[in-house]
Design a protein around this ligand. Structure first.
Ligand SMILES: Cc1cc2nc3c(=O)[nH]c(=O)nc-3n(C[C@H](O)[C@H](O)[C@H](O)COP(=O)(O)OP(=O)(O)OC[C@H]3O[C@@H](n4cnc5c(N)ncnc54)[C@H](O)[C@@H]3O)c2cc1C
Length: 404
């Protein structure tokens, strides 16, 4: 029987950190648990920051993972507004800003991501979206007669566009690729999102190269100027790996973790956006910057901390997005340019799209305004069974019967 650690320190104040504390207590760990988070806020979920909270339709408190008294009742010490500046594995200790040290029996890193910035003049003038304060600042730029330019037609850029249009803002989106979300969804599905935003009055420009962000707008390399009252940069996020790298942990596009979320140091674990996970079902490494991973990985990490590795973390990558009246869920992982099969009404935006490999195995799917199908599709992806493309496209054939 493995020994349980004398204490657990969790670094990071987001969803993955809060869920790690919860999972440790749920699984019966009784030792000291300390959560150190740089933000002043209680750990909260970020998806509403680009959706209902941004649109002024939900309160911030709705996004809080646990209220303050949960931490008290569960004897979890919260050190908010506190940055961890170093991890010293040889001393089993972390260092806080100001020099204080906390010793750990096990350490969980959940430092998440930070927004990428473009290496162009004036990039620092643009707003980015990761924290509550960013969402507040972006919302303040919305309104009739205001002009917002969004650089990047990824998930966050498009969700900000939808929230801004909802408030009557004039919105222009500038994207270097030929379509939105091209790398993830490919051409056919990228077009669905381009059409959606055009129908809602967004001025979309693809294949453009931004040269400069100035106080009065955005200038392209070809000289075109897009006047703006505010500019939002939505060009992706980068995992926050400084602590792990300086501590000498193995990293490569994230902190390398085994199936049970353990890093190259057996006393240190990584969960959420920063974890590059050796996925036992997919059979390859995957780093997922999505809510469901931050929500679900901590239970597997807590089990491993308590000496119960089991099968490791087996959930398939999953995410969702809401834009105007389009709600979608995506499960699995696939390059956008894989073969796409659809079932349902694509122009009417009520359909499921599947991405297949060369042997007609489903790699990923996206259900758009069609609900309660994810579990069945997950099973198909996990089984890795070959499907009959005609049956897969036919809404009258049940998912259990789409096999070849
Ligand atoms: C605006 C927005 C909208 C999103 N919408 C969706 C969506 O619709 N669907 C979806 O699936 N996913 C969505 N995501 C992604 C999802 O929110 C992330 O995958 C999730 O937040 C990752 O959780 P995490 O706990 O790993 O990291 P984070 O949420 O990034 O939290 C990390 C925390 O660690 C703290 N921290 C970092 N370094 C230190 C340190 N050295 N010391 C102390 N604290 C530190 C940070 O301050 C932060 O509070 C969205 C993300 C954003 C930003």
């Amino acid at each position: 029987m493995a020994q349980t650690p004398s204490s657990v320190v969790i670094v990071g104040g987001g969803l993955a950190a809060a869920k790690t504390a919860e999972a440790l207590r749920d699984q019966g760990y009784e030792g000291p648990v300390t959560l150190v988070g740089a933000e002043q806020h209680l750990p909260y979920e970020r998806p509403p920051l680009s959706k209902d909270y941004l649109a002024g339709k939900a309160e911030f408190d709705d996004a809080i993972v646990h209220p303050a008294d949960w931490y008290e009742q569960n004897n979890v010490t919260l050190r908010l507004g506190t940055e961890v500046t170093a991890v010293h594995p040889s001393e089993s200790a972390v260092e806080l800003a100001g020099g204080e040290r906390l010793e750990y029996g096990a350490l969980v890193l959940a430092t998440g991501s930070s927004p990428r910035r473009l290496p162009i003049p004036g990039a620092e003038n643009a707003l980015t979206l990761r924290y509550r304060e960013d969402s507040d600042a972006i919302r303040a730029t919305f309104g009739e007669g205001k002009r917002l330019v969004i650089v990047g037609a990824g998930w966050i850029g498009l969700e900000v566009a939808a929230a801004a249009r909802d408030k009557g803002t004039q919105v222009t989106v500038l994207e270097s690729a030929e379509l939105p979300l091209l790398a993830v969804l490919g051409r056919e599905m990228g077009k669905v999102f381009a059409d959606l935003h055009r129908e809602h009055g967004v001025d979309l420009h693809f294949g453009v190269s931004v040269a400069e962000i100035a106080a009065d707008g955005v200038r392209l390399k070809d000289g075109t100027h897009f006047p703006a009252d505010a500019v939002v940069l939505g060009v992706g996020a980068a995992p926050r790996l400084e602590l792990a790298e300086e501590a000498g942990l193995a990293t490569d596009n994230g902190v390398l973790v085994d199936a049970a979320l353990r890093t190259s140091d057996p006393a240190i674990y990584a969960v959420g956006d920063i974890a590059n996970h050796d996925h036992p079902v997919l059979g390859h490494r995957v780093r997922v910057e999505h809510w469901a991973t931050a929500l679900n990985q901590p239970a597997a990490a807590a089990a491993a901390i308590l000496g119960e590795d089991g099968d490791g973390y087996r959930e398939l990558p999953y995410f969702f997005s809401d834009q105007y009246d389009l709600g979608m869920e995506y499960v699995g992982t696939s390059p956008g340019d894989s073969h796409v099969v659809t079932r349902g009404d694509v122009p009417g935006r009520e359909f499921v799209a599947f991405w297949l490999d060369g042997d007609d195995r489903i790699l990923a799917s996206m259900n758009v305004n069609v609900w309660d199908v994810v579990d069945e599709i997950k099973a198909l992806i996990a089984e890795g069974r070959q499907v009959d493309v005609g049956k897969l496209a036919d809404p009258d054939v049940g998912y259990a019967d789409v096999g070849k």
